[in-house]
Design a protein. Structure first.
Length: 458
């Protein structure tokens, strides 16, 4: 009887442990990885490192001195030598280790074997990064970090830098306006594009930056952020008035650079290689970030008069994209589609937008508009984004590199609260004063009860 009770207790304990493990793996992958996956992956890596490297073709013949020492001391067969392995460093999502490549090897050899390394060591993905010549870092990710996004605690933020999403290698995707001044963001309805822009606005709200928005949906996307905006245009007519003001602001900044650095006033703006960051801090104009939401609305025309206005606005946007960086003016152009069918100047404007972020789109042509000219192999990844994963996108730039990213959830109320808390940082530029949005008091968000109040009694 006692033996039967012992078996029942052991069985119950095993079932409880199994159920707890299954729950952690499904709901808390980071905790499961730390408690179970990390020790198993470490033991598997240490036990099979040499054989896996040999099977992947990443071993080289040993040096003559090493071969002589092996034959003299052990009289064993001289085997190929794998790359020298550094210390294994655990992370919240997996493991990291560095490899010193042997002479004749290159990082591309290790990157080509990443899929085989992933299967051999039983991890979700393996990413290879070159640290310095001859040294690469392997980042082993134990689970799909984009399924439930949690941003790293130590995200590399800063002035004009916003950690806006999480990469598939568990590092933060940082929108750096100094490195990539202009960007094109595409995405269909409910793809997560608005969430991406919401993070950008919330991240820039706490910085000394002038935020200017063109929202042709009557401003419904931006009404909660009005307290932090320096200028807002809610239809093409207002945008046609705002863009020339920004162009004049850019030209005034070029005149300031000329006056400060002794450049001849007759020098064309296109030949000025310096920028506002070379000016003393006391004389430096504040950066301006221009968000253009639903850019296709600026290209649509119904009459001949609308066509002339469209051509003028597109020309001004192209000038801002070509010359705005040196003047401290940065563009964030967003829409559902963006290509030659929008009209004259669309392709030329797209060519000036260095960064590209493509969320889920409705057709392959839209993905090619965003990524086809910089990273053709990323088009397939953008077309494979599932509708049940909003916020998932493919980010790339004109260097050809690309990666999958996903934006974490940020409620509209939280983003609006951040803008309200930083309303004192609004920069009142005289040229943009007439475009300053009117901030109205928010309605009472408390729910109204339909139940009758109980009478007050003694």
């Amino acid at each position: 009887m006692s033996d039967l009770m012992t078996l029942v207790e052991v069985g119950g304990a095993v079932t409880a442990v199994g159920g707890c493990t299954a729950y952690l793996r499904a709901e808390q992958p980071a905790a499961y990885r730390s408690l179970v996956g990390l020790p198993v992956s470490t033991a598997r890596l240490l036990g099979s490192y040499g054989s896996v490297m040999d099977a992947c073709g990443l071993t080289v013949a040993p040096s003559r001195l090493r071969a002589l020492a092996v034959r003299t001391t052990t009289r064993r067969e001289v085997r190929p030598v794998p790359p020298r392995r550094g210390f294994i460093r655990p992370t919240s999502t997996g493991l990291r280790l560095r490899l010193r490549l042997a002479p004749g090897q290159e990082p591309a050899d290790v990157a080509a074997s990443a899929e085989r390394l992933r299967r051999a060591w039983g991890v979700h993905a393996v990413y290879v990064t070159e640290v310095k010549p001859g040294v690469v870092e392997l980042r082993l990710v134990g689970f799909d970090v984009l399924r439930k996004v949690r941003m790293p605690r130590r995200a590399a933020g800063g002035f004009l830098k916003v950690p806006v999403a999480l990469r598939e290698d568990a590092t933060a995707f940082v929108r750096d306006y100094r490195a990539i001044p202009h960007q094109l963001t595409l995405g269909a309805t409910l793809s997560g594009k608005s969430m991406y822009l919401r993070h950008l606005v919330a991240g820039l709200a706490a910085q000394p930056v002038a935020l200017v928005r063109i929202d042709c949906k009557r401003g419904v996307e931006l009404a909660p952020f009005a307290a932090r905006l320096s200028a807002l245009a809610t239809d093409p007519e207002q945008a046609a008035e705002l863009l020339p003001v920004l162009v004049r602001e850019m030209e005034d900044r070029y005149d300031l650079i000329k006056a400060r650095q002794g450049i001849a006033p007759s020098t064309p703006n296109e030949e000025i290689t310096s920028d506002v960051w070379g000016l003393p801090e006391s004389q430096r104009p504040v950066p301006i970030v221009l968000f253009v939401d639903e850019a296709a609305e600026l290209f649509l025309v119904a009459t001949k008069k609308d066509e002339e206005r469209r051509d003028e606005m597109v020309t001004q946007l192209i000038r801002l994209a070509q010359l705005g960086r040196a003047a401290g003016i940065y563009l964030e152009v967003c829409g559902q589609r963006f290509g030659a069918e929008l009209g004259k100047g669309a392709t030329m404007l797209r060519a000036q937008l260095t960064g590209r972020v493509c969320h889920r789109v409705n057709d392959e042509a839209s993905a090619k508009m965003a990524l086809g000219d910089i990273a053709p192999e990323a088009v397939g990844a953008a077309c494979a984004i599932a509708p049940e994963r909003p916020g998932l996108a493919v980010a790339g730039d004109t260097s050809g590199g690309w990666s999958r990213i996903r934006t974490p959830y940020l409620s509209l109320a939280d983003a609006a609260a951040i803008c309200d808390a930083n309303a004192h940082l609004v920069l009142n530029l005289p040229s943009l004063e007439r475009f300053r949005p009117v901030v109205r008091s928010r309605p009472d968000a408390r729910p109204v009860s339909l139940a009758k109040a109980q009478p007050v009694t003694d």
